[in-house]
Write a protein that binds this ligand. Structure first.
Ligand SMILES: Cc1cc2nc3c(=O)[nH]c(=O)nc-3n(C[C@H](O)[C@H](O)[C@H](O)COP(=O)(O)OP(=O)(O)OC[C@H]3O[C@@H](n4cnc5c(N)ncnc54)[C@H](O)[C@@H]3O)c2cc1C
Length: 400
C-alpha cells in the first residue's frame, strides 16, 4: 500500500483534565461523574447528538436496573439517566411498581426498565452535561493518540476546523464503543470474531398505532452462534463493525430492510410513515480493551474486592454481577480507562455487559476514577469506592 507522510504540524487548541471520547450512555455517564468529581472535562463526539446507539442508533429500551426477582442492583448515574430518559413520559414499559409504588410482589414480575423517547433524552442529557460544566465538542472524531512514558499526553482530533490536538493533563476515558482510543494508543485489544447480525430498527408514525418502534433484527448470543442455533439473523452474513467499508455496506443492507418494511406496512395502512431511521450503524460487539482482568458470564454472585457497581442479566431473572474495576483498564497505558461496550469481558459476557444500564454503571466508575488519578493501576481504591458509595452506588450484593 502507498503511504502518505504528513508534514503539517498539529496545533494544540485546547487542554483538559479528563478527555472523554464518545458521548453514548457510557460517555454521558463518565463525563458527568468526572465533572462532578471536580475535573475539567472535554467530551469528544463524532455525531451532533448525545446518546450513541441509544439515540442516533434508535435503540431506546433502557434495560433493567433490577435482578428480575424484585431487587434493584444498579444505582447512581445508571438510575439517574433512566429517570432522565422518561422525565417527560415513557414511550412504553413504564415500571409503575418501581416508580409509583412499593408492591414487592409486582416488582418480582415487572422489571425496572423503560422505553424512552430518544430525542427528549438527547436534549435533556446535553442540558445536564452543560449544567455540570462539561465542554462538548460535536462533529469531532478522535483520530490519533500521542503517547510518551506509558501515558497519553495529547489526543488528536479532526473536525470542520481540520486537525488539532487537545492536551490531556490527567486521563482519557474511551467510550467510543469500539475501543478506538485503546487501538490508537497501541494498547492491546480483542475483537468479537463471531461478528454481529444485521439490525434495522426504526420508528414509524401511523393513525392506528401512533409512534411505534420497529426492532427488526434480534440479537443472538455467542452460544447460539457457536452452536449454530441462531434463528433470528436477517441475513447470513455477519459484521465486525471495525472496517469502514464493511460498515457502509452494512448500513445500506440495513436501509434496504427498513425500506422494505415501510413499503410492506404502507400497503396495509397508507398512513404508515417512518419518522426516525438510524443515523449510525446498529452494531453490538466489535472491539474491546484487553484488560487487567477479563470477566466471564459464570461470575455471577461473586464478590470482587475492587467492585465499582453491579448489574443484572437482561435476558434472564436472578443473576447479579459485581463489576471489577480491573475490567476497565489494561496493562499498557497508565492513564487510559474504558467504559461501555468496550470493557474487558469474554464473548459470552459481552452480550450481557454491552447494554445501556451496564454502560452507565461502568461510565460512572471510569469517570470518577479518571478525575482521581493519571495512573489507574495505582488508584486509591478506598477513595474511589467511597466516592461512588457517597454518590449512591451500591458495590456489593451482600449490601443490597
Ligand atoms: C440493534 C441493537 C439493539 C440493542 N438493543 C438494546 C436494548 O434494547 N437495550 C439496551 O439497553 N441496549 C441495547 N443495545 C445495546 C446498547 O444500545 C449499546 O451497547 C449501548 O448503548 C452502548 O453504549 P456506549 O456508550 O458504550 O456506546 P455507543 O452507544 O456506541 O456510543 C459511542 C459513541 O462514541 C462516538 N464515537 C465512536 N467513535 C468515535 C471516535 N473515534 N471519535 C469520537 N466519537 C466517537 C459515537 O458516535 C457514539 O456516540 C442494542 C444494540 C444494538 C446495536
Amino acid at each position: 500500500m502507498n503511504e502518505l507522510k504528513e508534514s503539517i504540524l498539529t496545533p494544540i487548541t485546547d487542554e483538559c483534565d479528563c478527555l472523554i471520547a464518545g458521548g453514548g450512555f457510557a460517555g454521558i455517564s463518565a463525563s458527568l461523574a468526572a465533572a462532578r468529581a471536580g475535573a475539567k472535562v472535554t467530551l469528544i463526539e463524532r455525531e451532533y447528538i448525545l446518546g450513541g446507539l441509544g439515540t442516533a442508533g434508535i435503540v431506546t429500551i433502557y434495560l433493567p436496573l433490577c435482578d428480575g426477582k424484585g431487587r434493584q442492583v444498579s444505582f447512581g448515574i445508571a438510575e439517574e439517566l433512566l429517570m432522565l430518559s422518561i422525565k417527560h413520559g415513557a414511550e412504553d414499559k413504564y415500571p409503575d411498581a418501581w416508580l409509583d409504588g412499593d408492591d414487592k410482589d409486582l416488582r418480582k414480575k415487572q422489571r425496572f426498565e423503560v422505553q424512552y423517547n430518544p430525542h427528549m433524552f438527547a436534549l435533556e442529557a446535553e442540558k445536564l452535561l452543560i449544567e455540570n460544566g462539561v465542554k462538548i465538542l460535536y462533529g469531532t472524531s478522535v483520530c490519533q493518540a500521542s503517547v510518551s512514558d506509558r501515558k497519553i499526553n495529547h489526543i488528536i482530533i479532526e473536525n470542520k476546523s481540520g486537525r488539532s490536538a487537545i492536551k490531556v493533563n490527567r486521563s482519557v476515558v474511551d467510550c467510543t464503543g469500539d475501543a478506538d482510543v485503546v487501538k490508537l494508543s497501541g494498547a492491546k485489544t480483542k475483537t468479537f470474531n463471531m461478528g454481529n447480525s444485521l439490525a434495522a430498527w426504526y420508528y414509524s408514525l401511523s393513525v392506528s398505532r401512533g409512534l411505534t418502534l420497529h426492532p427488526i433484527g434480534a440479537s443472538d448470543s455467542a452460544e447460539d452462534i457457536a452452536t449454530g442455533k441462531s434463528t433470528t439473523a436477517l441475513v447470513e452474513r455477519r459484521f465486525t463493525g471495525i472496517c469502514g467499508e464493511e460498515l457502509s455496506e452494512m448500513t445500506q443492507i440495513s436501509h434496504s430492510f427498513i425500506l422494505r418494511d415501510i413499503l410492506d406496512k404502507k400497503k396495509r395502512d397508507v398512513s404508515h410513515v417512518p419518522v426516525t431511521i438510524p443515523t449510525i450503524p446498529q452494531i453490538r460487539m466489535t472491539r474491546r480493551i484487553d484488560g487487567v482482568y477479563t470477566m466471564n458470564d459464570k461470575e455471577m454472585h461473586k464478590n470482587f474486592s475492587d467492585s465499582v457497581g453491579m448489574f443484572s442479566d437482561w435476558r434472564k431473572r436472578g443473576p447479579v454481577y459485581e463489576l471489577p474495576f480491573s475490567t476497565l483498564y489494561g496493562n499498557d497505558i497508565d492513564n487510559l480507562i474504558c467504559a461501555g461496550r468496550c470493557i474487558s469481558v469474554t464473548d459470552d459476557m459481552w452480550d450481557i455487559s454491552r447494554v445501556i444500564p451496564v454502560c452507565a454503571v461502568s461510565g460512572e466508575a471510569a469517570g470518577t476514577a479518571a478525575a482521581l488519578t493519571d495512573n489507574f493501576s495505582e488508584i486509591d481504591m478506598e477513595l474511589l469506592q467511597d466516592t461512588l458509595v457517597k454518590n449512591g452506588v451500591i458495590l456489593h450484593e451482600e449490601n443490597l
